[in-house]
Design a binder for this molecule. Sequence first.
Ligand SMILES: [Zn+2]
Ligand SMILES: [Zn+2]
Length: 343
Amino acid sequence: MLLGVSAVLSLLVFSASPKSSAFAKATADKQASAALGNWYKGNLHTHTLNSDGDSTPDDVVRWYREHGYHFVAITDHNYLTSVDGLNALHGADAKFLVVKGEEVTDRFGDKPIHVNGLDPAGFIKPPGGTSVVSMLQNMVDGIRTARGAPSINHPNFGWAISAEELGQVQRTRLFEVFNGHPTVNNAGGGGVPGLEEVWDRLLSSGKLIYGLAVDDAHYFKRPEDKTVPRPGFGWVHVRAAGLEPRAIVDALERGDFYSSTGVELLMLESSASAMTIAVRTQPSSKYRIQFIGRQGAVLSEATMSPATYTFKGDEGYVRAKVIESNGKVAWIQPVPVGTSAPK
Ligand SMILES: [Zn+2]
Ligand SMILES: [Zn+2]
């Protein structure tokens, strides 16, 4: 969406003329959205028998391909599962892609510190560290050196990473606002904030970071067992130039995606002045579309799709959340607004 904003901005600049205005803006919006590419659904956090999953990479990839996903990232603990053979078997142009990844995994004292590296050029050895923040930073930097995209995983798992610690990590744009593992404490508790509140704290403090929803699936052979991490609970829809690893990773790092536990959008447009969302509604469900700003304040709430929020200019950032009447959610990534915008 950041690209969306800048693309629209630049198109508006080039089309500025006395008679531009509504028509020029509509044209610019259309051109910008056409330039942004296609939407692809994928899961970015998955385990196989190469770490502590219960299924082979082949079975895991097959599950995602057969359940309507366009891509899956294999992220075994401290192991870079090869994806060449998987793509030869399951990949297809514009239809399905396996992205390589690694969950760089360590502990600081009793705190599990896990950072996903998405599409790294090679294996990343856990680099250690002298504090939670330094271990996170060393992992992020190691992933960057390997030309991967870092994502900080499940901060509340083992109550390992506080909002304050997360806020100190540099050179990362992604963290998991939702992880489908049943014991990662997404909602917080006992005085520890839930991850959506953590997200707003980070954004309000000036750190631009995007929230992923992921499965963290380990068990594909126990579909009825609610006590184990299974597939199909959290995913992203990414707007990318094409279905290839760099295009997906680049779109994630510029926030051109939304995260979901079951809500799908028909349309998502952010210009320099507004955000518009249209939901693919289900006949028996009802929806709330919330536009959210600094410190998590709800700036406006719509009950009908599509919904537009026009920026006032002093919000700092605007993100959106769609809540379906059975609890399914989509999280739309924040757009910086105004002079106090997160960077
Ligand atoms: Zn983990
Ligand atoms: Zn994991």
